[in-house]
Design a protein around this ligand. Sequence first.
Ligand code: URA
Length: 252
Amino acid sequence: MANTHMQLQEILFSQGFGTRRVCAGLVQQGFVELAGVPYTDPAIEMVAKELCFTVQGVAWEYHEKAYLMLHKPAGYECSQKPSTYPSIYTLLPAPIRQRGGGAAAGVQAVGRLDQDTTGLLLLSDDGKFIHRMSSPKHHVPKVYEVTAKHPVDGQQVGKLLAGVVLDDDPRPVRAAACVQTGERQFSLTLTEGKYHQVKRMVAAVGNRVEDIGGLHRSRIGALDLPADLPPGGWRWLTASDLASIAGEAAKK
Ligand code: URA
């Protein structure tokens, strides 16, 4: 697939620029340029892989599958149909939200962060990748920077490492790592993704995650949230980003 030829209108359609008819129209109207040259034949064939083009002056690169990272800001829900706050999907350009067309169009978040949690969120339209990254079987470690309401002590850290029982499962859940970084701050590594897991584990040891700015995800696998990606910002994952998240999950 990767090196086969595709019609220009099909390339645009696969990348989320609208129906086939709309994509053909964009080309016919001269809105699509390659290396600064407008192409007006929608049926012209070209190699899609690594193709760079502009649509109405905006630069795009062809991606057979979409793998992205988003710096989730506070006050956004990880849902396509949010109940109270705006959806994280509104932070992405329309073509990324519409890729593929149909009912299951666009990228989906790999797991969810709470409305008030900030930090690294991955999104993709590759169902296998989403499954591998979110499946508890694969134990992909996720690092959370926690600010607690009350001072943290060695006993609390010890309990988080030893395991705590949450109300929906008699089996204890334990942190893979827990390092105190301040009087009320610690860094917690989890390999599962239960509902409100960090908040419930912190409550189970007699403390509480601070309401505002209390929870931030800084790392997934070996992939850190880049310091230069501002809240609300997103970017494509590179091949080396993908390799650093999880060996098998990186295979395209
Ligand atoms: N644990 C939580 O409690 N909330 C999140 O958003 C992520 C992990």
